[in-house]
Design a protein around this ligand. Sequence first.
Ligand SMILES: [Zn+2]
Length: 397
Amino acid sequence: MTTSPLRIDARDPGSRARAGVLSTAHGEIRTPHFVPLATKATVKGLLPAEVTALGYDIVLGNTFHLMLDPGHERIAGFGGLHDFMGWQGPIVTDSGGFQVFSMGYGTVADEIKGRAPFGTGRMGRVLAIEEEGVRFRSYLDGSEKFIGPETSMQAALGSDLALVFDECTPFNVDREYTARSTERTHRWLTRCLDWHAQHGPAGQLVYGIVQGGVYDDLRVESAQTIAAAAVDGIAIGGSLGEDKPQMYEVVDWTTAVLPEDKPRHLLGIGEIDDLIRGVELGIDTFDCAMPTRLGRHGVALIPDPDKRWRVDLTAGRFRDSKEPIMDGCPCPACAIGLTRGYVRYLVHARELTGQRLLTVHNLAFVARVMEDLRAAIYAGTLPERASALRAGAAPGV
Ligand SMILES: [Zn+2]
């Protein structure tokens, strides 16, 4: 009998939303919480202290990328991922299941999740998916590599929270494939847990991953199987459908049957309306490339639901704009009065500062959305706050 690392302090009576604290070996995470990506051992462009100052308690590194470069043995030689990257707070490592399977087939799941197709036009590709694991060509140098449940757990770099290795079933496969694939994910979970019980670092939490595609019965069965295993938490992965209503439905089926006490992570989802709905559906943590990737491409998050909370500052109409990135935004970029015209110029000139400013602004925006939702759960005002945010209220005001 394991005790849950999640302490739930407050619940919204009208939904499944809950707020609390998730405890790990390197500190606590206030939930619900968004996890910025540090895929390759850095939140691109930011210092660790800046990530903390923006309101984040945890970052996500990727086992798959880091085992290819610089290699998990090398990172171990630096004392593990925390010391290597200078982040002493909690780290979650994604197993690489999504990345390795994205190379193999289909980019539909990427499109659904707003991710750039991985491996497209590159050397990386899957050679064989076998019971033992997956053989693939490295996207870096074309060399043949192998990743399986044990190798993935071994390469988890001393993270505080390791996601198990799963077969990430894409959207464009039929029910039978999804069922077989989900069963394999369950067998791989057992192998991950067996490896971890023998060799896992002390204090590392392990999350199982629910698969099952867009099939109600497969999702429910997978959720129950994962929940019954000796996992510390549960992540929801795989294809969540072709549009937002279907995504919410799939998450709804899943959280409806998950045990209350275990923490829940929704993989790869982070648009503003998805964060709001996800919290209502009982998700505790989210990760997504969206805020940081958009920032690097000149797009700022603003409270404009009709435009998916986005404004593309690379557009010509901002050339002479004296407007701030966002009115009233307290982030370090907006607080000193930097204009859209300046940011547009920096992005076009490929000045690193432009990418940094928008990364900071976007992460600050998402942090305030999450803090709003969290505070509203404690205050008993989640329905009002959620509908205000959906209608375009500025977060954190
Ligand atoms: Zn700002």
